[in-house]
Structures are given as structure tokens and as C-alpha cells.
Design a protein around this ligand. Structure first.
Ligand code: ZN
Length: 324
């Protein structure tokens, strides 16, 4: 039976159930911790807030959340354990590195002048998946990679190659960040060329654009695509995201699409939306529950069957994590 690493141990793929494939608990862009006026990090408080928000989604049937936070955006194993214990939800952590511009790329860019950093990064991924993250004993369950807008830098390419090598060896899924829905086909090609299996790749943030021809060009590679920023109206109106999802479902792609929100709490000084979501009506719906509360009912209203909803929310994540 296929096994998946969660923060509270390994489970079978049949136990995943309804899954949000790309969310976060809390994230901080590298540098937030050097802001002398930052809001101090309080794991207890953040844990309670996360647990309450996820508890609402659990009320709609959520069973599993993939926390797609890479190593360099303040991934917090203890926080994830607390939230998982408090909610009873499965939480799957990632091992991975963010895109060059906004991640902590300096270390490996410098080392790449002297060492084979594809191998070094591969060693990180293998260590965190097979032995655990730090000395926590908690093993990562997915690999997260990311690229910038309209190009894949040499650094990002080394991270993608390391991820593909890791997957080829131990079969763990890869989920990606694309910037504004660019470089999807290129990410898929690069990963597959290095030995990754398209059936275990999710090309993320495909709802960063509303171009069906583009979506099809990514799907043709045999990968999954994620409409995983639902509720972030300033990036792309949900109306267009829904139109794309309905269109792609209509031409037979239910078994290749997953839905999520990329929801997070951003660390640092207060952000405009921290005080009250209602202050910013454009992201008022952005939460772990939006897919269940608003998107799925709208899809059903448009004629999408329960069967196809189940395929996107349960079957696709299960297949993604199932190794042959
Ligand atoms: Zn994300």
C-alpha cells in the first residue's frame, strides 16, 4: 500500500480524502526576520489562528492539506504538528527551494561556482524525505520548486533538476510555483527530461492566466495542473478562473486538475489585509474554505457533476501520491 509522509507520521493514500494541494500555514520572505519593527513570531498564537481557519474547512469535508512552503520561506515543522494535532487534519510538508528572486538563493548561487549544487540540493531533498527535517523526525512528503516570470534561471534549473532526480529515485510528488502562470510547459519539460514522471507532477498557479491554449499546452505534457490561487481576485478574477475550470472539465480534463487557494499568513510588519479581510473586499473570500463554500457550488450550478468534483478533490491527489 502506498504511503505518504505527514507531520504526524506516514498514512496510506486512501486516507488522504479531500485534499487542498497548495496552501500554507505561515510564510515569511527571507529578510522579514531582520525587520526591527516586525511583529514577533508567536507560534502559539499563529497555531490557534491556523487551526481555527482550517477547522472551518474541515467542516466542509477537508481531510488533508499540503503546506507548500519551501525551506527558505520559514517552513515551521512544530507549527504544522501543533495545527495537525489540534484539527485532526493530515498536513503534508514540502522540502524545496523558492524562486531565485524572492527566496534565499544566495547560498547555493555562491556554492555553484565551486560545487555541483544539483547534487547538493538533491541531497537535501533526499535527507528531508527519507530521514526527516532537521532533528524533528518529521519527513517531507512533497518537493516544492519555483521559477520566475517568463524565465527559468540557472539556480532555479538546478533546483528543478535536483527535484526530478529525487522523484526518479523515491517517487515523491513535485509541486511547482509558476510566476503569473508562465513557464508551465518549460517546467514540465525540464522535470520530465531529468527523469520525473509527469503523473507525479503538479504545475501550480495555472490560474495566473486565463489562456486555455496555454493550459492545454501544459496538460499535453501529461502533468496535473492546479488552479490554486482561488480567492485572490487582484491576481486574476475568480470569474475567469471558474470559466477556465468549467471549460477544461468540459473537454475531459477532470482527471488532471486540482483546486486550492495558496492561502497564507505573511510574516513581518502588518500587511493591509491583516486587520480585517473586509477592509479589502478583493480578497474577502480568500481562505481555506472558499473552494468548498463558493467555488464548488458555482461549478455545480454550471453543470459540473459530483463525480468530477470528487475526481479533482479526492482522486487526483490520491493518484498523485500513489507510487507504482
Ligand atoms: Zn504557495
Amino acid at each position: 500500500m502506498a504511503k505518504v509522509n505527514t507531520v504526524l507520521g506516514s498514512i496510506s493514500t486512501d486516507e488522504l480524502g479531500v485534499t487542498l494541494i497548495h496552501e500554507h500555514l505561515a510564510t515569511g520572505f527571507p529578510g522579514w526576520e531582520y525587520d526591527a519593527l516586525t511583529v514577533p513570531y508567536d507560534r502559539e498564537v499563529i497555531g490557534k489562528v491556523c487551526a481555527e481557519a482550517l477547522g472551518q474547512a474541515k467542516g466542509y469535508g477537508l481531510k488533508t492539506m499540503v503546506d507548500a512552503t519551501p525551506n527558505d520561506l520559514h517552513r515551521d515543522v512544530e507549527l504544522a504538528k501543533k495545527v495537525s494535532e489540534r484539527t485532526g487534519l493530515n498536513i503534508i510538508l514540502a522540502t524545496g527551494l523558492y524562486k531565485e528572486a524572492d527566496g534565499a538563493s544566495g547560498y547555493f548561487r555562491f556554492r555553484s561556482q565551486m560545487f555541483d549544487t544539483v547534487t547538493e540540493i538533491y541531497e537535501i531533498f533526499m535527507k528531508e524525505i527519507t530521514q526527516g527535517i532537521g532533528d524533528t523526525g518529521v519527513k517531507a512528503g512533497v518537493i516544492k520548486v519555483a521559477t520566475g516570470h517568463g524565465c527559468i534561471s540557472a539556480y532555479e534549473e538546478s533546483v528543478l533538476r535536483a527535484a526530478a532526480r529525487t522523484q526518479k529515485e523515491i517517487g515523491v510528488p513535485i509541486i511547482t510555483h509558476t510566476e503569473a502562470g508562465t513557464m508551465g510547459p518549460e517546467q514540465a519539460e525540464l522535470l520530465i527530461s531529468e527523469g520525473a514522471d509527469p503523473r507525479h507532477i503538479v504545475i501550480g498557479h495555472m490560474c495566473g492566466n486565463a489562456n486555455l491554449q496555454y493550459h492545454s499546452s501544459v496538460l499535453e505534457k501529461g502533468v496535473y495542473i492546479a488552479f490554486d490561487r482561488l480567492g485572490t481576485e487582484p491576481l486574476m478574477p475568480d470569474s475567469l478562473r471558474k470559466a477556465c475550470i468549467i471549460g477544461l472539465l468540459g473537454i475531459g480534463y477532470a482527471n488532471r486538475i486540482m483546486l486550492s487557494h495558496d492561502y497564507t499568513r505573511l510574516l513581518g510588519r502588518p500587511w493591509p489585509w491583516d486587520k480585517s479581510d473586509s477592509l479589502n473586499p478583493l480578497i474577502a473570500n480568500w481562505s481555506y474554505s472558499h473552494v468548498f463554500k463558493n467555488i464548488i457550488p458555482a461549478l455545480k450550478e454550471a453543470g459540473v457533476s459530483d463525480d468530477k468534483i470528487n475526481t479533482m478533490m479526492v482522486e487526483n491527489p490520491r493518484c498523485l501520491f500513489t507510487r507504482e
